[in-house]
Design a protein around this ligand. Structure first.
Ligand code: SF4
Length: 387
């Protein structure tokens, strides 16, 4: 599918650069086109913001500097936290391991249900109070015993140059990298971005282009393109999350269309997470998702051929655990983010029937548990002990 140009129902909101702290200096970027009318077009995402000098794109963290499009949040963060990898959510990527998570500010979508709107819509530098160079970040993750670093909280598409630099330092330190993203980016930056990632969780917010337009200010096509790209052209381990909003994207017809497409185009082994919505941001008039809706969605997805379907944001040990597709044995028991029984061999196969479980597995489960541990990077002394 072709990526549409400027077809969202939200026009590029060009804000003045000096709305944000002038201390955030811009870093030159690659993905841009000079237009005949003097504007410069950002080519990172299909929004293609066209900017005069001193204007910001819709994401607010990329803007037009003197020489072209610049990124204003390189090296800055809204905070760092050690989480269980299950929280991303990734259920087939080093289960039980700790991941050092961080984000910046800004987003290239405008979801009315955003659960991180304080970061994604932030115009305040207070939210970027922490900072770290890529080597510092990689050393901290390694020192804390984290198996990976996750670019999350806001979409790393908008700070991709920083994420790529951090990923390089992480790989040098033996730490893997995870992107939590809406997958709304153009082909060239997409290839560069995912070349630096070991795993990803991609939000598939709906299977309706109308939903993407009205609720997210984006388009469905480029997201599907990203998913197909990941499956056919990369070795990135990826899982998909769909937040179910009652009355907005949870009809049987839409669930069948979404899950049928995944089974057909990506294959039955791509894990899918159905996550519960909580009223937030501009969609506080919608009710929270009933647990029965998540169970219904999981059942339909499995009927439509998907092998690994999970429920999330609710307590549901059955829907949160991993079951062998070959023999039905319990492979990884989960209660929220806590692991229980472990039915995998050291080689990542079912201990009962030897069927291989798709994913990336260590010989043993991690032991991080459900803890959440905030980390202040600039306060950490070098050489922190492993957890
Ligand atoms: S990354 Fe930001 S500035 Fe670039 S096109 Fe997307 S929203 Fe606009």
């Amino acid at each position: 599918m072709e990526s549409p140009r400027n077809e969202s129902n939200i026009a590029p909101r060009a804000a003045r650069v000096n709305d944000m702290d002038a201390e955030l200096t811009g870093m030159p970027t690659r993905y841009q086109t000079r237009l005949a009318d003097g504007r410069v077009q950002c080519d990172v995402c299909p929004r293609h913001c066209r900017l005069h000098e001193n204007q910001r794109g819709l994401c607010f963290v990329r803007g037009r500097g003197r020489d072209g499009i610049e990124l204003y949040t390189w090296g800055r963060s809204s905070g760092f936290c050690v989480d269980p990898i299950e929280k991303k959510p990734l259920h087939h990527f080093l289960p039980g391991s700790a991941v050092l998570s961080f984000g910046t500010a800004g987003c290239n979508l405008a979801c009315k249900f955003c659960q991180n709107w304080d970061l994604s819509r932030s115009r305040e530098t207070d939210t970027l109070a922490d900072a770290a160079t890529p080597p510092e970040l990689a050393a901290t993750a390694h020192g804390l015993g984290c198996a990976s670093v996750a670019f999350t909280y806001n979409d790393p598409t908008v700070f991709m140059e920083y994420a790529i630099d951090v990923a390089g330092a992480c790989h040098d330190a033996g730490v893997r990298t995870v992107a939590v993203t809406a997958g709304y980016l153009c082909p060239e930056p997409r290839a560069d971005f995912f070349a630096a990632m070991d795993a990803a969780n991609v939000d598939l917010k709906s299977f309706s282009d109308d939903f993407y337009r009205r609720i997210c200010g984006a388009r469905l096509g480029p997201v599907l393109d990203t998913l197909v790209y990941l499956q056919r052209e990369t070795r990135v381990w990826f899982e998909i999350t769909t937040l179910l909003i009652p009355g907005a994207n949870d009809s049987d017809a839409e669930l069948d269309a979404l899950t049928g497409w995944i089974a057909r185009e990506l294959g039955p082994d791509v894990p899918l997470h159905f996550s519960a919505f909580h009223p937030d941001w501009k969609m506080r008039d919608y009710p929270p998702t009933p647990a029965a809706t998540l169970t219904r969605a999981r059942d339909r997805a499995r009927q439509n051929g998907l092998h690994y379907v999970y429920t999330g944001n609710v307590r549901d040990p059955g829907g949160g655990s991993t079951w062998c597709h070959g023999c039905g044995a319990l492979l990884i028991e989960r209660d929220w983010y806590e692991l229980g029984r472990w039915g995998l061999t050291a080689g990542g196969c079912c201990a009962a029937c030897s069927a291989r479980l798709p994913g990336v597995f260590a010989a043993r489960p991690g032991s991080w548990g459900s803890r959440r541990m905030p980390v202040r990077l600039h306060q950490r002394a070098a050489g922190a002990g492993a957890l």
